[in-house]
Structures are given as structure tokens and as C-alpha cells.
Design a protein around this ligand. Sequence first.
Ligand SMILES: C[S@@+](CC[C@H](N)C(=O)[O-])C[C@H]1O[C@@H](n2cnc3c(N)ncnc32)[C@H](O)[C@@H]1O
Length: 212
Amino acid sequence: MGTEFNQLFDEWAHTYDSFVAGKDDQYKEVFAHYDTILDDVVTKSSGTVLEFGVGTGNLTNKMLDAGYRVYGIEPSKEMRAIAKQKLPKEVSVADGDFLNFEVPEQIDTIVSTYAFHHLTDEEKRIAVEKYSQLLNKGGKIVFADTIFVDREAYDKTIQEAIAQGYNNLANDLKSEYYTLIPIMQSIFEDNGFHVTFSRYNHFVWIMEAAKN
Ligand SMILES: C[S@@+](CC[C@H](N)C(=O)[O-])C[C@H]1O[C@@H](n2cnc3c(N)ncnc32)[C@H](O)[C@@H]1O
């Protein structure tokens, strides 16, 4: 938990921004409309923001440009190093993860892009339960991530990746903890959130969950 993917992201950190720019064919569709996705996460946010899985700091920078105060959490040392180079010095990017973190003040919005699938469904439930205790009424979770409508859509996407010779993508889809919309919907609703899902490309949806 938390550190499981650190080696992968330590190695990926230095080329990550070329992937989000669509330079890798296998991940082109995953990162299609990347800037719009991040911009819409910013638009749906308000107040003081807690961001998980900061990566190279792309969403953080957009949040700062929009005038939000942001507390970043990122478990990969190399990702933190790159984010720190790209962000203003006063911005905090702390070591931690979706389940192990500290916040210095009341948080209004919890955001994350392309990262929540690193938790198992059981861990996702524990995380949302934690966030429910952290947020006041009206507080929000805004997560963009790969998620599937049902098991059939998930399996079909893996088969299509294999047929295209996209083996890295297929292995990624098989080995990380991508989940289904009905599962996320029940995790949010069981913890007192009203959630909506909006699709941005074949893989990525924004989940916007407001605390009742
Ligand atoms: C694909 S990158 C996304 C980076 C950035 N959010 C973006 O949208 O470009 C996934 C990030 O999630 C981080 N991560 C992996 N496991 C995590 C966890 N358990 N808690 C928080 N972040 C995690 C990785 O280190 C990596 O920086």
C-alpha cells in the first residue's frame, strides 16, 4: 500500500511529461484531452485543495494559476523531485499517499488525476471513508481516472490493446486496480457523497463527488 508503485514511477518520472503530450502510441488515447481533463478538475474545485499523486506537478500548477492554495502528496521520490523543479518553492509536495497523509488546515476539495487506480477497491473504500470525515458538508472529491462502465467494457479494452500489439498498455490494464463505475458509485454513496461521472476519452472519466 502506498509504496507498491514507487519504483515504476521513479523510473517513469523523467519521461512522464512526453507521455501526457501523446508521444507514446500505446498511451495516446489514455492521455487524449489531458489538458482539458486537468482544467475541468480545476473548474470543479474550490477553496483549499488537497492533491494526491501530484506526479510532475501539472495539475498542481493549474490549481495555483487559478488561485487555489494546494497541499500536494506524492509517494515517488523522483516524481517529487521533478514536481519541485516545476512548482514555486513555497508549494508543499509531501511524501505520503492516498491513505497516509497529514493536512495542516481544513480542506474543501480533494483532487487527483490518473492515480486512484493504484489502490485496490478495498483501499479505495477506506480512502473515501477517511475523506468523508475530513470534508465538511458541500466539500468535494474530484478524481479523474481510468474507470469502466462494466466488466465487459474492461475486458474488451484489454483484448483490443492486445490485438493492436499494445502489450505495455494491456499489462498495465491487467496488473493495476482499475475499477467499475457501479463500484465507485456505491463507495461514494455509502460514505455520504452524491457522485456524477463524466467521460473524456475511451479510458478517463471525471468523478465529482459532493458531501451531503
Ligand atoms: C500516472 S501518474 C499521474 C500524475 C499526475 N497526477 C498527472 O495527472 O499527470 C500517477 C501518480 O500517482 C502516484 N501514486 C502511485 N501510487 C499512489 C498512492 N498509493 N497514493 C498516492 N499517489 C500514488 C505515482 O507516484 C504517480 O506520481
